[in-house]
Design a protein around this ligand. Structure first.
Ligand SMILES: Cc1cc2nc3c(=O)[nH]c(=O)nc-3n(C[C@H](O)[C@H](O)[C@H](O)COP(=O)(O)O)c2cc1C
Length: 120
């Protein structure tokens, strides 16, 4: 059986919900990308916006799982300014040489009615 890892970042819980559902259905291991410093509230939102606009790679906690141990890595990210969330950028940059096959999902806000986030 192929080994699958779902690795994701979530600031406000939407990508977290989707990641857990995918992991359960695919019998995959789950790894959440963790910030080194808090990202909540207005300050956290502004920092996230700035990092996205400038393409920065913020510090993240060291990962427990090794992507090289998996046949497929599913990367989940909220959309921040039409791109990946900055902690995901850090993770991908750190682990890109260990990735064999990759799938991606994202949660976002655009184009959905009633302000409910969407996932693809
Ligand atoms: C800094 C920042 C930038 C965002 N930029 C976008 C965007 O460009 N397009 C979009 O559809 N949603 C954008 N969003 C909304 C998030 O993608 C959406 O709320 C997502 O579901 C959050 O996922 P999470 O709850 O897992 O953190 C942005 C949110 C933040 C905090």
């Amino acid at each position: 059986m192929s080994r699958i890892l779902v690795v994701y970042y979530s600031r406000s819980g939407h990508a977290d919900l989707v990641a857990k559902q995918i992991a359960a259905r695919c019998h995959a291991d789950l790894e959440r990308i963790e910030d080194r410093s808090p990202r909540q509230g207005v300050t956290g939102h502004l920092r996230s916006a700035l990092e996205s606009i400038l393409g920065l790679r913020p510090a993240i906690a060291r990962a427990c799982r090794h992507p090289a141990d998996y046949d497929l890595v599913i990367v989940g990210t909220p959309v921040w300014f039409w791109g990946v969330a900055s902690p995901v950028r850090t993770w991908v940059h750190r682990h890109r040489a260990e990735l064999k096959r990759v799938a991606v999902f994202c949660s976002f806000m655009s184009g959905c009615s009633h302000g409910r986030p969407s996932c693809e």
